[in-house]
Design a protein around this ligand. Structure first.
Ligand SMILES: [Ca+2]
Length: 159
C-alpha cells in the first residue's frame, strides 16, 4: 500500500496539466509499513543471536524493531506469525542488560508494554533480551540462542 501525498503545483496551469508528486513508501525500499508506526520494517528469516541481529540491523542503517504499544504489537503480529507460519519466534528491540527487570529499548527508553508469556521473564541474569513467541514476550539469552528478527528503519524522504 502506498501512502500518497498529492501536491498540486501552484501557479498557472497550462493545458489543464496538473503536476503531482508521490511520497515514497516503505515498499519502495523493500520494507513493509504498519498502520501504527512511521518506521519501515524488514523481516529477517535467517536466525541469529539477539546481539548479531542487533548489529545486522545497524549495518542496514536501522535497529531492531522497538514495540512501544499494544496496538503496535498487534499490528506486527498481523504481518508476522498470524499471517506467515514461517515467521514465528523473533527477536525485537529490548533488553534488561544494564539493570535486571528494567526493560529498555536500545536508546534507553523504558518499555512500558510488556505482554509476558506464562512464567516469563524466567531466567534472570541469563536471559536479558526480548523474544516474541506467539502473542507473548519471553526473556531470552542475548548471545547463544538464534531466532528470526525484525529490523526497523526510518527513511527520510524529500520531495
Ligand atoms: Ca534478565
Amino acid at each position: 500500500m502506498y501512502s500518497m501525498i498529492i501536491v498540486k503545483q501552484s501557479g498557472t496551469v497550462t493545458n489543464n496539466l496538473d503536476l503531482y508528486q508521490r511520497q515514497g513508501s516503505c515498499e519502495d525500499f523493500g520494507y513493509i509499513s504498519l498502520q501504527t508506526t512511521s518506521k519501515c520494517l524488514k523481516l529477517y528469516h535467517t536466525e541469529m543471536s539477539w546481539m548479531t541481529a542487533n548489529s545486522t540491523c545497524a549495518s542496514a542503517g536501522g535497529k531492531l524493531f522497538g514495540i512501544t504499544t499494544a496496538d503496535m504489537f498487534d499490528d506486527v503480529l498481523n504481518v508476522t506469525s498470524r499471517k506467515d507460519p514461517t515467521f514465528q519466534n523473533f527477536f525485537i528491540d529490548g533488553n534488561d542488560i544494564a539493570s535486571e527487570n528494567n526493560w529498555v529499548l536500545s536508546d534507553g527508553t523504558p518499555i512500558l508494554h510488556l505482554p509476558w508469556g506464562k512464567f516469563q521473564p524466567g531466567l534472570g541474569r541469563d536471559e536479558n533480551c526480548l523474544l516474541v513467541i506467539g502473542n507473548f514476550y519471553h526473556d531470552a539469552p542475548c548471545y547463544t540462542m538464534e531466532f528470526k528478527f525484525i529490523c526497523e528503519k526510518q527513511f527520510i524522504i524529500s520531495l
